[in-house]
Design a protein around this ligand. Structure first.
Ligand code: AMP
Length: 458
């Protein structure tokens, strides 16, 4: 068994050496020249016609860069570390090879047809549900079960007892099911860790370690992460074997040309009024607003509702049914504004979103990219507006750092009637309640706030 704990001493530097050292013919920077056109088609990359057709039916006719890079190795059964974020097409980069192996290698390993052979771990319930839906569209003949927390266990238990070949899960619920012996992990031959950085950020490392100890060592592992902080590198060093590493960094893909970015200077206290003004003046019919804390989602949504807007909060403390309801309402345009934490920054795919607003600035360039990537989906034009508060200590520097990382600079604007009142003020008063009467800040909120002050180096 390859235990995470046994390799905790590995540093990221070791990993960078470790990957190529284990397989000298497989350099760490193994990204082929993807600028070369035309890029090979799915069939040329080794995908069977049935899956290539299923991909085309979803509108995926030409592989994205990360798909073109990952598919050949993954189809041959090799381990892969993919450094790619949402929007790069990473889901298909692991789903297509995984499904192909399930479909064309039914005897691998020799086993009854409806035995669990592949497992995908995702950080959020919504992401797991989206991956499960894509798997079902691509390969409806396979039995795919999505197992996530926040919903009754019974339905998942029944689905699993019918025999699933592929399970897409969040770590906590999967562990519950494994501990209750509803499913056995010893037959799994393919493992995907999607958004590994997010899995660890959300505190799932213990669950992942336990799950890894239940999985057979003999398996193929595909791991994807937007960033490679120490903890992710350590995890990669322990779960991957002879892995090839592929990377689509922001530097490789600054291409979000369809997303128009704006920065508007405003006093912190007038942000909600400015937001309401923009929604009306710009005619935004649907807008996703990012704030720094769970309490701020509730607070801002409440203020917008009081102003007559159909707004709701979206964060990790909501029950799964309320999260699903909020998303469905937003999708179906029953909601005009969704006020969210970074939980919504990844994986949420809403077509024709008029704008994304950074009511609070994100902590890092990576988070910024994820957030604004919610607009301008599938070739549509997009708009991302960030509020810059001169009276919030550190925000100007924080935004400059994000711009530096992204090698861009967005002109500062002021909205008539909302010009900031004079120079930066003293640090914001701390009321111990996150600025919202009667509500206590969660541990995660405190961590987020702490992180918001110091920009992460990723
Ligand atoms: P992901 O990075 O997996 O979240 O995918 C981002 C978006 O790209 C999703 O809406 C996918 O449906 C879409 N997508 C994935 N692969 C392709 C492809 N080869 N061509 C066009 N769109 C794609």
């Amino acid at each position: 068994m390859r235990s995470v704990l046994s390799t905790l001493h590995r540093t990221p530097q070791v990993l960078r050496e470790f990957l190529p050292r284990q397989s000298p013919d497989k350099p760490a920077a193994a990204m082929p020249d993807l600028s070369a056109e035309p890029r090979p088609g799915f069939s040329e990359l080794g995908l069977v016609p049935a899956l290539a057709q299923a991909a085309a039916a979803l509108g995926w006719s030409t592989p994205t860069a990360i798909q073109a890079a990952v598919l050949p190795s993954a189809l041959q059964g090799g381990d892969v570390l993919g450094l790619a974020s949402t929007g790069s097409g990473k889901t298909a980069a692991f789903l297509l090879p995984l499904l192909q192996r399930l479909l064309v290698e039914p005897q691998w390993p020799p086993a009854p047809p409806r035995i669990l052979r592949a497992l995908i771990l995702a950080p959020t319930r919504e992401l797991a549900a989206q991956i499960g839906a894509s798997a079902r569209s691509l390969a409806p003949q396979l039995n795919t079960v999505v197992a996530v927390g926040g919903v009754a266990l019974q339905a998942q238990r029944q689905a699993l007892q019918g025999g699933a070949q592929l399970v897409v899960a969040t770590p906590g619920r999967l562990l519950d099911l494994a501990e209750q012996k509803v499913l056995r992990l010893s037959t799994v031959r393919m493992l995907v860790l999607d958004e590994a950085d997010r899995l660890l950020d959300l505190g799932f490392s213990e669950e992942i370690n336990t799950l890894l100890s239940l999985l057979p060592a003999q398996r193929q592992t595909l791991m994807f992460s937007a960033t490679l902080p120490d903890a992710v590198a350590t995890l990669a060093g322990s779960v991957l074997r002879d892995a090839r590493r592929f990377e689509t960094t922001i530097a490789h893909a600054p291409a979000m040309p369809r997303i128009r970015q704006r920065v508007i200077e405003v006093d912190a206290a007038r942000r909600t009024m400015l937001l309401r003004h923009l929604i009306a003046a710009e005619g935004w019919d649907r807008v996703l607003v990012f704030v720094a804390t769970q309490y701020a989602t509730e607070h801002v949504a409440e203020k917008l509702r009081r102003a007559g807007l159909a707004a709701a909060a979206f964060h990790g403390q909501l029950s799964q049914s309320r999260r699903a309801q909020a998303l469905a309402d937003f999708h179906d345009r029953r909601l005009a504004v969704l006020v969210a934490t970074d939980l919504a920054a990844r994986g949420i795919d809403v077509a024709q979103l008029a704008a994304v607003v950074n009511y609070d600035l994100p902590r890092s360039a990576v988070d910024y990219t994820h957030r604004i990537g919610r607009t301008g989906r599938a070739g549509e034009p997009g708009l991302a507006v960030s509020f810059l508060c001169a009276d919030a200590p550190g925000s100007a520097a924080q935004l400059r750092l994000i711009e530096k990382r992204l090698r861009q600079s967005v002109p500062r604007e002021q909205a008539p009637g909302f010009e900031p009142a004079a120079p930066p003020a003293a640090p914001a008063p701390q009321d111990g309640n996150g600025g919202i009467k009667g509500r206590r800040k969660s541990k995660k909120d405190k961590l987020r706030e702490a992180a918001a002050g110091v920009l992460r180096s990723d």
